[in-house]
Design a protein around this ligand. Structure first.
Ligand SMILES: NC(=O)c1ccc[n+]([C@@H]2O[C@H](COP(=O)([O-])OP(=O)(O)OC[C@H]3O[C@@H](n4cnc5c(N)ncnc54)[C@H](OP(=O)(O)O)[C@@H]3O)[C@@H](O)[C@H]2O)c1
Length: 393
């Protein structure tokens, strides 16, 4: 039955699907579809809907079937459980504050391998080499500017690979807020590697950062340094209405008839979000993706579902990594539906991988996600001010 469901989703005969086929890597299902299939399979077999189905690219059909078979029986009447509630209850707007942190006063003696660039590196690096070197142990530090370009990210990855390969303690000095998640991921995947993320504004005193780098630490540490050299560890609490600027009973940010542009909106999580908001708020959708409905069955089916639901939308083929193509796509949406009132940027590659598997391919992921978002905001701004050419101011 589970294999039949997968075959149905792929519009393939069940016998061409092998146990060893990978759900994402070989069959090109996206992770959202896998979650939906797992929920559907669990309901049909009267098992508890799984909170965390197998999502990694290497998960095979055989492993998926086995995971469904191993689910416990559903409680109560069949079907009464329904699909999982989703993540709404987990969603909070958080505000950051700083907790005091103790730093080891005894400096560790290190031979530093320094990566990255920028003002802080220029100021801090001489202080590092001034430390005594006898019995020094290797350590790796990467400096990231506030708004890193692809070269800076290359340097960060090179530094992290060196740390992981040699077991040298790894520090990122981040002048923005780019790499806290990255450092946290490295710490989670390599639990025995000391990993430290230091957020230091460009204006932070180099002496304070130098002293902090010299101090030893254990495990995963996060430290912020302010302009006066004060240090702390970041912590988060739920924001109240005054901090979010929205009362709990405030009207939705978009109203019926408003135009919402959704990149990646024809498939996957982008489509799921767009169709939900169209039904919930009555917004009109400008959907963007590279494929056309003629050559892509998933896209064709999704657009048909929107039509059946009476949603007003237009779909424009455009590549978010190509600003001119995106500009033309957004301009066509504005011509057809009117000015853009909101955007969801969901175009991206969904190929989860561990750090050790990530090589130069990271740039393929960054292109639609990171650079695509900049291009989208540029295209929407140009559209909003009535400009029609990508080179217009
Ligand atoms: N699925 C989830 O539960 C989930 C949750 C959180 C975050 N995400 C993230 O959301 C992103 C999308 O994931 P997904 O699961 O929705 O993947 P997906 O099903 O493969 O959909 C990706 C969408 O992005 C479009 N796209 C990709 N590259 C594009 C480009 N260069 N220009 C324009 N459109 C492009 C694709 O359309 P074309 O193929 O037609 O170009 C498609 O509509 C990923 O970065 C993923 O990590 C997903």
């Amino acid at each position: 039955m589970v294999r039949g469901l997968i075959a149905e989703a792929l519009e393939l005969p069940p016998d061409v699907i092998g146990d060893g086929d990978r759900l994402l890597g070989d069959l090109h299902l996206n992770s959202l579809r896998v979650v939906q299939l797992a929920a559907e399979a669990a309901e049909r077999t009267r098992r508890a809907v799984p909170a965390a189905p197998p999502l990694f690219a290497e998960a095979t059909v055989g492993a998926f079937v086995q995971a469904i078979e191993e689910l416990p029986a559903a409680e109560g009447e069949t079907g009464s459980q329904g699909p999982p509630e989703g993540v709404r209850e987990w969603h909070r707007v958080l505000v950051e504050f700083t907790r005091p942190v103790e730093v080891d006063a005894e400096p560790a003696s290190c031979t530093w391998r320094v990566f990255g660039g920028g003002r802080l590196r220029a100021l801090v690096e001489p202080r590092l080499t001034a430390l005594p070197e006898q019995d020094a142990r290797p350590a790796v530090v990467a400096f990231l500017p506030e708004d890193p370009d692809d070269r800076a990210i290359d340097a960060l990855l090179e530094a992290a690979h060196l740390a992981v390969d040699t077991g040298a303690p790894f520090t990122v000095v981040d002048s923005g807020d780019t790499a806290s998640g990255f450092a946290g991921t490295i710490a989670a995947e390599y639990p025995s590697l000391p990993v430290r993320w230091i957020r230091a504004l460009e204006a932070a005193p180099a002496d304070a950062i130098g002293a902090l780098l010299a101090a030893s630490w254990q495990g995963h540490a996060e430290i912020v340094v302010d302009e006066d050299g004060r240090i702390g560890t970041p912590a988060y609490r739920a924001a109240g209405p005054a901090q979010t600027g929205r009362a709990p009973d405030a009207a939705p940010p978009l109203s019926a008839g408003d135009v919402l542009v959704v990149t990646g909106g024809g498939k996957g999580i982008g489509f799921a979000s767009a169709s939900f908001l169209a039904r919930r708020w009555g917004v009109r959708l400008g959907l963007i993706g590279r494929s056309g409905p003629d050559g892509d069955a998933e896209l064709r089916d999704n657009l048909a579902r929107l039509r059946e639901a009476g949603v007003e939308f237009c779909y424009q083929p455009a590549d978010v990594t190509d600003p001119e193509s995106l500009h033309r796509g957004v301009a066509a949406i504005v011509d057809r539906l009117g000015p853009v009132r909101g955007v969801i940027h969901a175009s991206g590659l969904n190929r989860p991988a561990r750090f050790g598997e990530i090589g130069a391919a990271w740039a393929e992921h960054a292109a639609p996600k990171h650079h695509g978002l900049r291009a989208l905001l540029g295209a929407v701004d140009a559209g909003a001010c009535g400009c029609s050419s990508p080179s217009a101011p």
